[in-house]
Design a protein around this ligand. Structure first.
Ligand code: PGA
Length: 258
């Protein structure tokens, strides 16, 4: 049997409060069986407080899309770990490729965010991934290793055990062009080996999610890849029917493989 699955919805800069309520209403009415997979909703900051109440008494977790490493102060536009905790956030995406490429976040900044999340009791979902140029130059595995090495600097093995990782090839995000099962399998194995090396210990149970154009039509292929422990889903998670279908296919797969 595979390890537990994690299915995270990254809503990015989408959904007003009304849209969040309508979505969750529809979602909870349709998905009656409690999934064995861990489902995590990462709405925009503006919706965290509303989502906290919408998710109360559900088994679903609340995640944020970023955090800043300072406690408080003159950091216009940033959000602190404490602010996230006050909205009952448990998970936080760190180092998403849109943050890296559109907003200039470096591996060093990503590392500070990871450390802050961990020291605050938040579970970081650390995203890594190569650009198309890096893949074409055969640099994919080296890029991933380097992102992990810097991103995890000063993070203890015990802390790494609490984390979630997401392999997201930049060229597959929001493009409809998903990586092939072979490319995903190769990347995930190599990420697990790198994590094992960095923490100097077993990384078999550390969740490594795949992200990049996952949808209800291609999820069945991903389920079968050994080192894929779930997915980080953008576009397809915005539509409740689509997201439910992904969850249900995952649940059926878990049941069949038991
Ligand atoms: P996508 O986004 O599913 O729309 O490709 C994935 C992500 O950015 O995490």
């Amino acid at each position: 049997m595979k390890n537990k699955f994690y299915i995270a919805a990254n809503w990015k800069m989408n959904k007003t409060l009304k849209e969040c309520s309508e979505y969750m209403d529809y979602f909870t009415n349709l998905l009656l069986e409690i999934p064995e997979s861990k489902v995590i909703f990462c709405p925009p900051f503006s919706a965290l407080f509303t989502m906290k109440s919408l998710l109360e008494e559900t088994p679903y977790a609340l995640g944020a899309q970023n955090l800043f490493w300072e406690e408080s102060g003159a950091y216009t536009g940033e959000i602190s770990a404490e602010m996230l905790l006050s909205c009952s956030v448990t998970h936080v995406i760190v180092g998403h490729s849109e943050r890296r490429h559109l907003f200039g976040e470096t591996d060093r900044m990503v590392n500070k965010r990871v450390l802050k999340a961990l020291s605050s009791g938040l579970i970081p979902i650390l995203c890594i991934g190569e650009t198309i140029e890096q893949r074409n130059n055969n640099e994919t595995l080296a890029v991933l290793e380097n992102q992990l090495k810097i991103g995890l600097e000063s993070v203890s093995g015990e802390e790494i055990n609490k984390m979630i990782f997401a392999y997201e090839p930049v060229w597959a995000i929001g493009t409809g062009e998903r990586a092939t099962p072979d490319q995903i399998a190769e990347a995930h194995v190599s990420v697990r080996i790198s994590i094992t090396g960095i923490k100097m210990g077993n990384a078999d149970n550390i969740p490594i999610l795949y992200g990049g154009s996952v949808n209800s039509k291609n999820v069945s292929e991903l389920l079968k890849i050994k080192d894929v422990n779930g997915y980080l889903i953008g576009g397809a998670s915005l539509n409740a029917d689509e997201f439910i279908s992904i969850i249900q296919q995952t649940e059926n797969y878990i049941k069949e493989s038991e």
